[in-house]
Design a protein around this ligand. Structure first.
Ligand SMILES: [Zn+2]
Length: 97
């Protein structure tokens, strides 16, 4: 079942990515926090992104945020793929061809 435009319309996925930091640091206004949470409930991709973001150390967060321009979906997908595929991660550390 797809969420209606009304439920997702308040904030775009791009804004969710932008708001992640403010939400976690507590500087996001109450109204925006509600919209943020509502979007997460209705958007599985943002929910997964947020869960990942929340577990990311602060230093990496900045780099992550900077790496996200318009191609949010692609970036998020790649990021999640790296995170959630253990085999790819272990291969990466050995850097063999
Ligand atoms: Zn979203």
């Amino acid at each position: 079942m797809k969420p209606s435009d009304d439920e997702l319309g308040f904030l775009s996925c791009q804004e969710i990515v932008d708001y992640c930091f403010d939400f976690l640091s507590g500087s996001l206004p109450e109204t925006d926090r509600k919209l943020f949470s509502a979007h997460l409930r209705n958007c599985a991709e943002c929910m997964r992104f947020f869960e990942t973001y929340r577990k990311t150390p602060e230093v990496s967060r900045e780099a992550l945020a900077l790496r996200i321009p318009d191609r949010v979906r692609v970036a998020v997908r790649d990021f999640l793929r790296e995170r959630y595929e253990p085999s790819a991660a272990s291969e990466d550390s050995s850097t063999r061809r």
